[in-house]
Design a protein around this ligand. Structure first.
Ligand SMILES: *Cc1c(COP(=O)(O)O)cnc(C)c1O
Length: 384
């Protein structure tokens, strides 16, 4: 049995002690009864999930009408993105099934998470990346965790096609979001939001790339609603980058292009499910430009103290777009704002940490002031 090779897997099994000294547990332990695991499933965990739901006071003021906006800061997961929630499930089920290797295509964060959880499980990880198109921090993560990384001369959609083929090998599990366990793990974020707010929010804003996460949140919201743990369901409002918006345009984008590399996807795997989520919840898929994304990223960092990567700023940019349109007395098609009553609650999932892609900030024209090492000179530069 492969499971016996992994000490972490063995020690976290079933009702074993929490994986951290602080008692903080991962999503499988926290939500075991809602996930397809059994006592035979080894729990490969890094104490992911339980991320903060941060009240965004400045953003709330912009929305006005006594609305409360929260950001679910998924960048505070162990590898810095929400991908950890799905990967704890995918790796646990892979090891349970006897896999000796996992493979994935990635715009970056999936590979970082797969590499870390595979290292923890003691199995091999193979990553296919679009050459030159992934943020440096994410590449560093995959490499340091010991994944074997192949940069291919193609885009993410090409990489995923190859993974579907190569992953047919026996003893190998595909851990892209076409792996249904990923969605299962990711739905736990919706559970946490409901538990923290005491109900579902009125609207949920989220970036959309491969569309697995919007699918997962909607699944989580519906499950807790069906169990009577929330009274309401949120309008699911997804944002694609303008240069990479297949769902918005209703057609595959062959050469997707955006600064938000994590959502640079031209043919989403969960396209149909995302469409369903938006349709059933009374939400919408809209677009934001790279300029709007970068402006929202800076705004969130400098007004709320939350530094996210560009893809994660898409829902913030989307909310600002809605606010501006509403202020001008016109609404974008399907915009949830006019439907929200006074005092509504909006949650924006910010999916990944800004440090993953620090390059984008430094290339964006930020520079420190220069001064000699003397207090008077520094004060002068500061205008103090
Ligand atoms: C993967 C990812 C997304 C896109 O999520 P999908 O499930 O592919 O729609 C958005 N932001 C970040 C930071 C990601 O890593």
């Amino acid at each position: 049995m492969t499971t016996s090779t992994s000490t972490s897997a063995a020690s976290d099994r079933g009702s074993a002690p929490a994986p951290t000294a602080s008692g903080r547990v991962g999503v499988i332990q926290r939500y075991r009864e809602f996930l397809p695991v059994t006592d035979a499933t080894p729990v490969i965990s890094l104490a992911e999930g339980s991320t903060p739901l941060i009240h965004a006071a400045a953003l709330s003021r912009l929305v006005g009408r006594d609305c409360r906006v929260y950001v679910k800061f998924e960048g505070l997961n162990p590898t810095g993105s929400f991908k950890d929630r799905g990967m704890t499930m995918a790796l646990s089920k892979a090891v349970e099934s006897g896999a000796r290797a996992v493979i994935c295509a990635s715009t970056g964060n999936t590979s970082a998470a797969a590499a870390a959880y595979a290292a923890r499980a003691g199995i091999e990880c193979v990553v296919l990346l679009p050459a030159g198109k992934i943020a440096l921090g994410k590449l560093a993560q995959a490499l340091v965790h010991g994944a074997r990384v192949v940069a291919i001369d193609g885009n993410f959609d090409d990489a995923l096609r190859l993974v579907r083929e190569l992953g047919q090998r026996p003893d190998c599990a595909i851990v892209n979001s076409i792996n249904p366990y990923r969605i299962e793990g990711q739905k736990t974020a919706a559970f946490e939001i409901i538990e923290e707010l005491g109900d579902a929010p009125d609207a949920h804003f989220i970036p959309v790339g491969n569309a697995g996460n919007i699918t997962a949140y909607w699944k989580g919201y519906r499950e807790f609603h069906a169990l009577g743990r929330s009274r309401t369901l949120p309008r699911m409002t997804g944002f694609q980058a303008a240069g990479s918006a297949p769902i918005y345009h209703g057609e595959v984008v062959t050469a997707p292009d955006t600064v938000a590399t994590a959502i640079r996807i031209g043919n989403p795997a969960s396209w149909r499910e995302a469409g369903q989520a938006v349709h059933d919840s009374g939400g919408v898929i809209d677009i934001v430009t790279d300029e709007q994304i970068l402006a929202a990223q800076r705004w969130l960092a400098s007004h709320e103290g939350v530094f996210v990567e560009p893809a994660s700023a898409a829902p913030i940019a989307g909310l600002m777009k809605c606010i501006e349109a509403a202020g001008a007395g016109r609404f974008c098609k399907g915009c949830p704002l006019p439907q929200l009553a006074e005092g509504s609650t909006i949650v924006c999932t910010v999916t990944g940490h800004g440090l993953k892609d620090a390059d984008v900030i430094l290339k964006g024209g930020f520079e420190p002031l220069q001064a000699p090492a003397a207090a008077a000179a520094v004060a002068e530069r500061l205008g103090w």
